[in-house]
Design a protein around this ligand. Structure first.
Ligand code: NAG
Ligand code: NAG
Ligand code: NAG
Ligand code: NAG
Length: 512
């Protein structure tokens, strides 16, 4: 059985080989994650595809051939070539040519070996006819084999639609080696069968490539438009707009926003809540065409490098995450353990907030921390700035009852950084600064200058590590199974970040 593992690979390759006859950029839908495959990436994928195609194609069984031949002195001879099996394809040259009417992938100067079982029989003698037969092996070398495909790919309904425009195989020449057999046999095989073998090989390869392509087209149609991130969110990987290609690279765009997991319908609140939504889309529309040409097809930061792939992630992706987790009620939690546990008992506050201690002597406390709006993130070439507005409610736990006693509003400024681990875009934040003010209190006026250092410690030792533990899990970048980013570098641009990376491929088992 042929391994089915070939499909994801084909998918990725063809994704990048896709072409669009309407080469104008049709910007009609916003996209927040886009990828560009460079010449290096395309060559890597092409070579991978070819080696994969070879291992899928070989050994290739070719239908047997037989014929009755008129041989001098022997008469009518039945000759059959069976168990014709093609193996050991070697490719010396291959290339990809993108064009308006499709992308041509051409393999030229390939060689292969064919093993054949030959058999012949004839009857002889007029009065006492007897049957004579013989059999043996032949090895055939296929020279100058060319294989060409023209593929057309377009984005339709958020998915890739693949069509095979042309597919052909041409065998230039065979050299035949016979083990045993009569010399007439050798000559007849060369004269009569060589052409038939050639066309049988051509047909078999063409047929197999067409089948592989059909399988791939179906695989593409079955790809999900959403990738689960966790219990709450999925990444919307619906493909949008046209595939963009230059003579050296190919780019495509996905929606790229986080959406509630399992949400089939469009969620209006996501769009409405996108911070800066007003200018976000118009600004994007204006700069998208420019962006695609200048930032994506030649990502500023990848331009001088030999990286295979550039992935651009707009800060709107992070806004959508921020909104989604906020709406889902995920951005609040109760802190009842801190490094300096003494601070979670009113006794620890005896001298700082005497009234607290007086009212609730030696009671345990906890901190109810909640974001009052989605944290906001801004990417600039120098940094990633994060702002979070947080209510810190101080609770006293008295006889199993939780009593909120004061609420401090915090405006926290942090700087973020991202790092790629495998295909994950993980994040980290560091506290820069914060402002605080008392919102309300049931324990009188608090002396904020005394509380400030304690709050700072809590932010640094509790909030930040907590946030980092979650951010570190990160966002899985949309990569096809089996492909992993390697030696990735991240650069910040104005309102987006770009990951420039190489890619490795590891065969996965049972990949549908
Ligand atoms: C077909 O050829 C292969 C390789 O030469 C050989 O191993 C195999 O036994 C053959 N099969 C039959 C049915 O003759
Ligand atoms: C296949 O062809 C190559 C090139 O002629 C030859 O060196 C090699 O021995 C062949 N292999 C087999 C198994 O016939
Ligand atoms: C996913 O993105 C597509 C394309 O932008 C959009 O049409 C669709 O509504 C989005 N899905 C959800 C659930 O938001
Ligand atoms: C934490 O405070 C919020 C108000 O900011 C409140 O809605 C929530 O119930 C509190 N949680 C707990 C567990 O007390």
């Amino acid at each position: 059985m042929k391994p089915t593992t070939v499909t994801p690979l084909f998918f990725l390759l063809l994704l990048f080989l896709s072409s669009s006859s309407t080469s104008s950029i049709n910007v009609n839908e916003p996209s927040f994650i886009s990828s560009v495959i460079s010449t290096h990436g395309l060559n890597f994928l092409k070579d991978l595809l070819i080696s994969k195609a070879i291992s899928t194609l070989t050994p290739l069984q070719i239908p047997h051939i037989h014929q009755s031949l008129q041989i001098p002195f022997l008469g009518n001879v039945f000759v059959q070539l069976s168990n014709i099996s093609l193996h050991q394809i070697r490719v010396s040259d291959s290339y990809i040519t993108p064009g308006d009417s499709g992308v041509a992938v051409v393999v030229s100067g390939a060689t292969a070996n064919i093993s054949v079982d030959w058999y012949y029989s004839y009857s002889s003698g007029w009065y006492f006819p007897f049957q004579f037969s013989d059999q043996g092996l032949a090895s055939i070398q296929v020279n100058g084999m060319q294989v060409g495909l023209t593929l057309y790919m377009e984005i339709q309904d958020g998915r890739l639609k693949l069509s095979l425009l042309e597919c052909g195989c041409f065998v230039e020449d065979l050299s035949i080696n016979l083990d045993g057999g009569a010399s007439w046999l050798y000559q007849r095989i060369v004269d009569v069968f060589a052409e038939q073998i050639e066309s049988a090989v051509e047909e078999a390869i063409t047929k197999n490539l067409k089948e592989a392509n059909l399988k791939l087209a179906l695989y593409l149609e079955s790809l999900p438009k959403q990738i689960p991130v966790d219990d709450i969110a999925s990444l919307n990987v619906t493909l949008v707009n046209n595939i963009v290609q230059s003579d050296s690279s190919i780019g495509f765009e996905v929606n790229g926003l986080l959406i509630p997991r399992g949400q089939a319908q469009k969620h209006e609140f996501m769009k409405d809540n996108l911070l800066h939504k007003k200018d976000l889309f118009t600004r994007r529309d204006q700069r998208l065409q420019l962006k695609f040409r200048e930032e994506l097809l030649q990502p500023v930061s990848c331009r001088d490098s030999s990286k295979m792939i550039g992935i651009s992630v707009d800060e709107a992706v992070f806004h959508s995450a921020s909104n989604l987790y906020f709406e889902a009620g995920e951005l609040q939690w109760i802190v009842d353990k801190i490094p300096d546990q003494a601070l979670l008992n009113t006794a620890g506050w005896r001298f700082i907030i005497p009234r607290l201690y007086k009212q609730y002597p030696k009671d345990d406390m906890n901190l109810n921390v909640s974001f009052i709006s989605p944290p906001f993130l801004r990417i600039s070439p120098q940094s990633i700035d994060v702002t979070a507005d947080v209510d810190l409610i101080i609770d006293v736990v008295e006889g199993g009852q939780v009593i909120p006693v004061a609420c401090i509003f915090l405006e926290i400024h942090a700087s973020g950084s991202v790092e790629i681990r495998d295909n994950n875009l993980g994040g980290k934040v560091k506290l820069d600064d914060f402002n605080m003010r008392l919102k309300w209190s049931k324990i009188g006026k608090l002396r904020m200058f005394l509380i400030q250092p304690i709050v700072r410690t809590v932010i640094e030792t509790v909030f930040v590590p907590y946030a980092n533990a979650r951010l570190w899990k990160g966002l899985r970048l949309p990569m096809i199974h089996g492909f992993t980013l390697e030696n990735a570098k991240t650069n910040y641009l104005d309102s987006s970040l770009i990951v420039c990376s190489d890619v490795t491929y590891l065969e996965l088992k049972d990949q549908a």
